[in-house]
Design a protein around this ligand. Structure first.
Ligand code: PHE
Length: 469
């Protein structure tokens, strides 16, 4: 399309456009589907008691995450710049002031923090590709798999090497700007991942405690729910969808004007949810059949999955392919985690993409050592929520992303003129539009605020106060 066609008359994006609607869906799906679905969802669900957590998570994904994904895409496309500059510009244009750029800035910082530990976990995934090929999973039992994982995580040198490998791959891809090729690969990766998960599901159903696993995931035990559980579920919804930190906004900046935002966002959210639920359904039957503690934490999938691969026909092949695909899914997410910072640096200081991504990559890599050490040298050094890695994860997922999402909903629902919104969303005054507007103005912001208040215990206090007056 030509630049002048843009509904808001905005010049073209500085970085070009996606070649098609599909390319954008693939890029955002690549960002969304990653370790959040396969590694984090099962372990956070395990730590938070299953069923009730999963239901709250699903409510947050569709009631809060989906409208925010639409909003974020819309802001990116309207701003046509990196998230910091887009929000500064839109803030000015809509009469809210350029300080709205804080949304972009907090996203840049969140991207640094998230990628610093994300890369460490992705490094383990790469290590597991090699382990799988070497056949160490064959005929594995719960004890041997636990030892295997323990010796990887406990060895900071080995963990650091894989973290370094993963960061180098990420930086090379971002620097060369070859993401478009990778995005196409998502058309293969996500279906292949789903296919392997289905094979694993069959194996879990045949050999694991399937019924127990399903019950654990879907039978809500409300007595286990606390303010912290609800916050964790909401944080996981933001994390898994990559919303609240400008990733989707950065990608939205390259979206052609005529593409339907609701359709693309819905497709991404459904694909993401499918992968997460499948992953949980695969993991928990194995967990219960082998006496693994569902609260095992970040090592959960590394302790559970090799048991399946080690005992199923063709396990070496499927195991290797599976960890390769997960590594690939992590890469497409890692790229998106760097995008807000890289786009910002390039536009702000006129640096080349190569230079910007290298410098940013080195900073994130160095920061990553705090997460590398969280499992060995500094594993006993705990503050606030635990180790450095626990804290990076907690602060980003449970605080920064929801806060970013809250500001995004306030901006789209209350600051932006309805004219601009309808112009950009381009779905008229349809029911779809009215539902989005209702979710964005009321449901999502109120939900985020309530979850925050609930987590710090103020909600009970306020309700008690209301009841006595
Ligand atoms: N959504 C990604 C995942 O599930 C992680 C991510 C979070 C990516 C935030 C970008 C922004 O693995």
């Amino acid at each position: 399309m030509s630049d002048t066609e843009a509904g808001n008359g905005r010049r073209s994006s500085l970085h070009g456009f996606w070649s098609s609607k599909l390319a954008f869906i693939l890029a955002v799906t690549g960002s969304a589907v990653g370790l959040g679905n396969i590694w984090k969802f099962p372990y956070i669900a395990g730590e938070n008691g299953g069923g009730a957590f999963v239901l709250i998570y699903l409510l947050c994904v569709f009631g809060v995450g989906l409208p925010i994904m639409m909003s974020e895409t819309m802001l990116g496309r309207r701003g046509r710049r990196n998230p910091v500059a887009s929000m500064a510009l839109l803030g000015e244009e809509e009469g809210g002031g350029s300080w709205w750029a804080v949304i972009g800035l907090s996203g840049v910082i969140a991207g640094f923090l998230i990628l610093s530990f994300y890369s460490v976990i992705a490094g383990w995934v790469l290590a597991y590709v090699v382990k799988s090929i070497s056949g160490v999973f064959v005929a594995a039992d719960a004890a041997s798999v636990k030892t295997l994982f323990g010796s990887l995580a406990g060895d900071w040198r080995e963990t650091a090497i894989w973290h370094t490998v993963f960061m180098i791959i990420t930086v090379v891809v971002v620097a060369r700007g070859v993401e478009r090729g990778l995005e196409q690969a998502v058309t293969l990766m996500v279906p292949a991942l789903v296919a392997i998960l289905l094979i694993l599901l069959g194996f879990s159903a045949a050999t694991g405690e399937f019924e127990m696993g399903v019950r654990f995931m879907f039978e809500p035990d409300w007595s286990k729910v606390s303010g912290a559980t609800v916050l964790a579920a909401m944080g996981q919804a933001f994390f898994t969808l990559s919303v609240g930190m400008g990733c989707v906004m950065a990608y939205g900046a390259y979206l052609p004007q005529e593409t339907s935002i609701p359709a693309t966002a819905t497709a991404v959210v459904c694909a993401d949810t499918l992968v997460a639920i499948l992953s949980g359904l695969v993991i928990f039957p194995i967990v219960f059949a082998n006496g693994i503690d569902p609260m095992a934490g970040p090592g959960l999938i590394f302790e559970a999955l090799p048991l399946s691969f080690g005992n199923m026909p063709g396990g070496v092949f499927f195991g290797t392919l599976f960890f390769l695909l997960v590594g690939f899914a992590a890469l497409t997410s890692a790229i998106s985690l760097m995008e807000p910072a890289v786009a910002w640096w390039v536009e702000r200081f006129g640096a080349t993409r190569a230079r910007a991504s290298t410098v940013i990559g080195v900073i994130i890599w160095a920061l990553g050592f705090l997460s590398v050490f969280s499992f060995n040298l500094l594993s006993d050094f705990k503050f606030l929520n635990g180790t450095f890695m626990d804290n990076f994860d907690y602060v980003t997922s449970n605080i920064m992303l929801p806060l970013g999402g809250l500001l995004i909903t306030i901006f789209c629902g209350w600051v932006m003129s309805e004219n601009s919104v309808t112009d950009e969303l381009n779905i008229g005054q349809s029911t779809l539009y009215r539902s989005w507007r209702f979710l964005t103005r009321f449901v999502a912001p109120v939900a985020v605020v309530l979850v925050f208040l609930n987590a710090v215990g103020w909600l009970d206090w306020l309700l008690a106060g209301a009841a006595t007056t």
